[in-house]
Design a protein around this ligand. Sequence first.
Ligand code: CMP
Length: 486
Amino acid sequence: MARSRSKNRILLFFLVTALVVLALYGLHFFEPRLRASFVHAGDPAAEVQKQEENFRMVMNIAGLVLWMILAILITRALSSILFGIFFRQRRGYEAPVLIRNTFSVVAYIVGFVIIFKAFYPEVGLGGLFATSAVLGAIIGLALQDTLGNFFAGISVHADKPFQVGDVIAVGPWTGVVESITWRAVKIRTFTNHIVLASHSSISKESIDIAPRDNLNARIVFFNTLYTDSPAKTIHIVREAVREADNVSQKITPIVRIRSLGDSAIDWEVKYWLVDYAKYNDTDALVRQRIWYAFRRAGIHFAFPTRTLYVERKARVDGAGADGSGFIDRLSAVDIFAPLSSEETARLAAASVSHVFAPGESVIRAGDEGSSMFVVHSGRVSVQITDNGKPRTVAVLQEGDFFGEMALFTGEPRTANVVALEETEVLEIGKQAMKHLFDTNPNLVDSLSHIIAERRVGLTAKPEEAGDGEKESEGIIASIKRFFGFD
Ligand code: CMP
């Protein structure tokens, strides 16, 4: 589409140029005939001279206009060749509008002066430009601001302190540079407004620039109680932040203590962004991830954020600090159905609740694992890497369990398990399961069947899966070996 339009423009250019050249040639070629029709040799001498003067004037004006049109056409063609093809090829970027326009204006003026001088050598243009002080003053006053902006714009272009796509903060405005014109810089603010900041005003301010092709950092503040371990806080926050969307993987986030405050340890986490223009969302996500990570790790925000602390207590009570909420959940899980109510209660008391944010990993493939999980609320997705791409093999809901494969066989985790929404899981450790196996030997059988089935689901092609029955027997043997039975 754009290609055919530029083709049409080139055709039009050649057509108009050809017409103008033809007209100039015609003017020259038909000059004697035109003169004959204008100047009547038989008239009195004074009359003939007047006719001759008129004829010259008409011819000069016609010639001047045609040459001017030709000069405009040539300037435009030169500008396209220079900035559209030559500059882009050599320097790999498009020349700014301001430079292109400056080139065109200078070329027009030079063309105009040359042509005018060719037709009217006796008229002093230099005098017109240099001595017309009144004209200069009028133009100067009228264009004071425009010229100020223009020259400030030239210095912005020469310095190139920022480019289209960079995030800049100038005066009260912060946003992404959308374009740089003759007069102003167009900034799209983070409330999606357009601000036109004139070059002259910008040149008086200091500008904070976050270049688009630079790894720009942000700092987010938080605090913890004095009773929470700094080493644990650093580890937990670093891991939580580096997993958040738009946080660059190239540099590990830095977590450090800013100060020891009156009622809290004050912290900051510095992280680098892939797309700096989204820093508001990313800051918010980082704070959210810290909150969830703190909750799982049992780290507490300090008292200024006491409301969060109170809410958290209410939720844990609601889930059943005595295990009652957990008992209902666990007794609804298929494999635990045969357990007596005392056994389920003991299992509930031994389980630990964790909450994960949407997108967070509960289990990473390849890790060691010595516990399994039951989904108490929310949903998780079981994912494997197939030909370098993540593939979901199952979505598990409330009452489903996972993590049993590594727990019962001692092998590394077979898949990634990622929270699809805010998800609360109950973690059951190896010791608690060992007690159950002692009293419920059938549990090993039902688990081995489920593990065998899930292994089939993990194989990229079902035909590659082994014999189910034989596999179950193998799994039973390895569970028994791993738990030290028989
Ligand atoms: P584990 O290997 O410990 O860690 C990853 C878990 O994903 C695994 O235990 C199973 O609980 C679960 N999983 C693996 N494959 C499947 C499947 N095909 N269907 C459901 N869950 C699975």
